[in-house]
Design a protein around this ligand. Structure first.
Ligand SMILES: C[S@@+](CC[C@H](N)C(=O)[O-])C[C@H]1O[C@@H](n2cnc3c(N)ncnc32)[C@H](O)[C@@H]1O
Length: 203
């Protein structure tokens, strides 16, 4: 299919998508917010006063959700790209895989945190296997970071792609956390290999 035909189809799909329409009505920057909302409703993730880190946060709908729904907490977000300011969120521009930026996040809190959420994904290469491998590596890095930064009863939520890295991620999650579940929210497009891993309580 030609490139302009693909983008035309994408625009038509976006216009029909109820989550896109709802996000516009509710002032969220991306439909992705409804994935986090479903995860929160099902797994009871957030509470007032929590310290929360959002990895791969741009354009910012997950951070908006945190900022709107969690009172008197402390929040930091990171992305390689710039994104518009969100109330109550300490926003960092940088590559999370670089230790300098990991330290910046840790120094901002100065203590362990309650929740790490990661929706990080690499720009698509056009090769679904490669995309799933690269995004799987980001998830593994985020999981190792969570092991160092979470309180004992902390929670880690991350995007994963069903693919060659899936088993490795699940087995690492089982080593680090007492509970781990895989969940595909209704808001995650059916034809996408995306899913989420929800982990609780460090071993
Ligand atoms: C699907 S988007 C996140 C959407 C976001 N959760 C929201 O609700 O608006 C994935 C993001 O991961 C970011 N990302 C990918 N690799 C990253 C890295 N190494 N460090 C920081 N951010 C990264 C991308 O720049 C992109 O903005």
């Amino acid at each position: 299919m030609k490139k302009n035909k693909i983008s035309k189809n994408w625009i038509i799909k976006q216009r029909r998508d109820i989550y896109v329409r709802q996000s516009k009505l509710e002032g969220y920057r991306a439909r992705a917010v409804y994935k986090l909302q479903e995860i929160d409703q099902k797994f009871k993730i957030f509470k007032n006063g929590m310290y929360i880190i959002d990895l791969g946060a741009a354009p910012g709908s997950w951070s908006q959700y945190v900022s709107k729904n969690i009172k008197s907490g402390k929040f930091a977000s990171i992305d390689i790209i710039d994104f518009e300011k969100i109330d109550n969120i300490h926003q960092i521009k940088g590559d999370f895989t670089n230790d300098i930026f990991k330290k910046k996040i840790i120094n901002y809190f100065g203590t362990k945190v309650d929740v790490v959420i990661s929706d990080m994904a690499v720009n698509t290469t056009g090769n679904k296997n490669l995309d799933s491998i690269y995004t799987g590596e980001l998830c593994m890095d985020a999981m190792k970071f969570s092991k160092e930064t979470l309180k004992n009863d902390g929670k880690f939520i991350s995007k994963i792609f069903m693919g060659s890295t899936f088993n490795e991620i699940i087995s690492e999650a089982k080593k680090i956390f007492k509970e781990s579940k895989v969940f595909k929210p209704l808001a995650s497009r059916k034809n996408s290999k995306e899913s989420f891993i929800i982990c609780k309580y460090l071993r």
